[in-house]
Design a protein around this ligand. Structure first.
Ligand code: ZN
Length: 143
């Protein structure tokens, strides 16, 4: 197995304690391999209500990904357990409904995490010249 940059079990336990009074007993695990780079969309995390398993994309298990970002994805998936999808008036299933989004903002590094998410969406995570774009990023944020 590859060496891990982020200790997922430790992060999950911290988030569980900090935001959920340690009450959650969900399984949290890495998913996918670093070698297989998806070309288009990447799913960073997922939660299955049926199995109560949270899966975090292994692409995030690297030095250049800040810990708060992994924490944020874990927090987001845990929120899916606590705040399940609702059916709106027009009979649509809403996963990220207003109550969910409101709670999501409680995350301690919400602003930073959202910024980082935007960068991830722009695709740097799946690009080979990772270090260069990251250097640019950190400069931009003054970190
Ligand atoms: Zn979600």
């Amino acid at each position: 197995m590859d060496p891990q940059h982020h200790n997922l079990q430790e992060i999950s336990s911290e988030i569980n304690t900090r935001y959920f009074e340690g009450k959650l007993s969900l399984k949290v695990q890495w998913h996918g391999s670093k070698a297989s780079m998806p070309r288009t969309q990447i799913k960073l995390g997922s939660y299955s209500q049926k199995t109560e398993v949270i899966r975090i994309n292994r692409l995030l298990d690297r030095e250049v990904v800040p810990k708060y970002f992994v924490e944020f994805i874990v927090y987001h998936e845990m929120l899916h357990h606590v705040l399940p999808p609702i059916i709106s008036k027009n009979k649509r299933r809403k996963v990220h409904h207003p109550a969910f989004l409101k709670h999501e903002k409680n995350f301690h590094d919400y602003g930073l995490a959202k910024k980082f998410l935007e960068e991830v969406k722009e695709g740097w995570l799946t690009k080979p010249r990772l270090s260069r774009s990251l250097a640019r990023l950190l400069k931009k944020w003054g970190l």
